[in-house]
Design a protein around this ligand. Structure first.
Ligand code: MN
Length: 455
């Protein structure tokens, strides 16, 4: 065998088993006791073996509101790998008038020579014309089996809702999942205008410009649209009970709906907006009241939510601080490197998630929902050897200076956590070992994904 990882505990969404793992040709070929010798031996005594994290919501290299994000597919995927994420699915934002294939090609061009981990692409639809709807079947056949809709101003959703409904229906018909950013533009637009008029500027006022009701209202609307489109939907970055309650109800009635949350809403709350330089915390939707953090953990535990994904988008503080009015504040932040360790430390160590549920929401469910399972998202014979060897006792103080994103600040600066990867393997290659990056730029491959099947 090329490589054996010995004496660790192999953790999947269903089991935790002491076992050795054998690797050949980039795949897991053996899981069992006392495997024979290999060219490379790694001792994982006292450590867990997790399937590499699958982060299905990233914006590694984008332009937004006149700013270019600071990461590219090298720094972004190095950050991912250092934190134990071995697959990302990034959103391809189209330019005006661009075809779906054109936007996917442009994205692959950015990633191809840079990514150190495998990556998929979700096409974003900002112009739901008949021509774009006609292109969807080809994109799905090419392995891009999910699309993103924004219910907010940048997508002119309120104006074009009837056309977006057709997009959902087309996705459902051809076996793709529709990802939806659910916030109600009517409420947000009204509140932002009012707050600007009243001189309520800056991050302190930001959470009131996009209230929980705006998220709940949009989620309810998306659910009803999806019902009549006969299409499965996946609601991204949910933050509050107003979003979770209608999903719970619709799922109980048999509708095929999934919910994602984001580390932000598990680890931070809106009091942060009282701090200096609070622009660093701005995301869409905003941080909520502290009570909502428990709501999100409960949602993950009881399957009201199925995944955690970062919405990673690295900015420098000067970019975050450039906007003045609440609607000019630049959303997003670097988050890929801390996704897995923070979820483990705050979730598993604190008793909020079981070890197996942690693997399920960070790797298995996202891989299944986005057509990557069992190649990605589990540890099984025949799966890609995307493996995180994780030391659950390693004490880490999170510091910007140790992070690999090019963002010039760290969201969780000074947080003390327990647990960090010692090795990250991608298709059997050790790409990070004890903090040293070994994987080369461009080794990551574009993933062609299977059609959607329900969990
Ligand atoms: Mn996003």
């Amino acid at each position: 065998m090329e490589c054996v990882i010995r004496n660790g505990t192999v953790v999947t969404a269903s089991d935790s088993t002491p076992a050795d793992v054998g690797i050949e040709g980039g795949k897991i070929t053996h899981i069992g006791q006392g495997l024979g010798p290999a060219a490379r031996e790694i001792d994982a005594s006292g450590q867990y073996l997790f399937p590499g994290g699958v982060d299905v919501h990233t914006h590694v290299d984008i332009e937004l509101m006149g700013h270019r994000s600071v990461d590219d597919f090298y720094s972004g995927t190095v950050a991912a790998a250092c934190g134990g994420v071995t697959t990302i699915v990034d959103y391809a934002l189209p330019e005006a008038g661009q075809s779906i294939q054109g936007s996917v090609d442009a994205w692959e061009e950015k990633a191809r020579d840079k990514s150190i981990i495998d990556y998929g692409i979700h096409p974003v639809i900002l112009e739901p014309t008949q021509q774009i709807i006609d292109e969807m079947a080809d994109a799905i056949a090419e392995g891009h089996t999910s699309f993103k809709l924004f219910m907010i101003g940048m997508a002119r959703f309120d104006e074009l809702a009837a056309d977006y409904l057709k997009v959902m229906a087309q996705a459902g018909k051809h076996g793709a999942l529709t990802n939806i950013h659910a916030e109600d533009q009517c409420l947000i637009g009204y509140l932002c205008e009012q707050m600007t008029t009243e001189g309520k500027l800056g991050p302190k006022h930001f959470p009131d410009s996009r209230p929980r009701e705006s998220e709940g209202l949009a989620v309810q609307r998306a659910i009803s649209m999806a019902k009549y489109a006969e299409a499965p939907i996946y609601l991204v970055h949910l933050s509050c009970e107003e979003a979770l309650a209608p999903i719970r109800q619709a799922r109980a009635h048999g509708q095929i709906i999934y919910g994602e949350t984001r580390p932000l809403y598990l680890h931070l709350s809106r009091e942060r907006f009282e701090e200096p330089d609070a622009e660093r915390y701005v995301g869409w939707p905003p941080l909520r009241e502290a009570s909502q953090m428990q709501v999100m953990w409960d949602g993950l535990r009881n399957d009201n939510l199925q995944t955690v994904a970062t919405d990673h988008c690295g900015w420098n503080l000067a970019q975050k601080k450039a906007g003045k009015t609440v609607d000019e504040l630049l959303p997003g932040m670097s988050n890929l490197e801390t996704l897995i360790p923070m979820l483990y430390s705050e979730g598993v160590s604190q008793g909020k998630l079981s070890l197996n549920r942690f693997v399920e929401v960070s790797a298995t469910n996202p891989a299944k929902l986005f057509g990557l399972y069992p190649q990605k998202g589990t540890l099984a014979v025949g799966s890609d050897a995307d493996i995180v060897i994780f030391d659950p006792r390693k004490a880490v103080t999170i510091r910007h200076r140790n992070m690999h994103s090019r963002a010039d600040y760290e969201l969780y600066e000074g947080f003390e956590i327990t647990g960090w990867p010692t090795h990250t393997l991608s298709r059997g290659e050790v790409i990070v070992e004890n903090g040293t990056v070994l994987g080369n730029a461009g080794r990551g491959k574009l993933l062609k994904r299977k059609r959607f099947t329900p969990l």
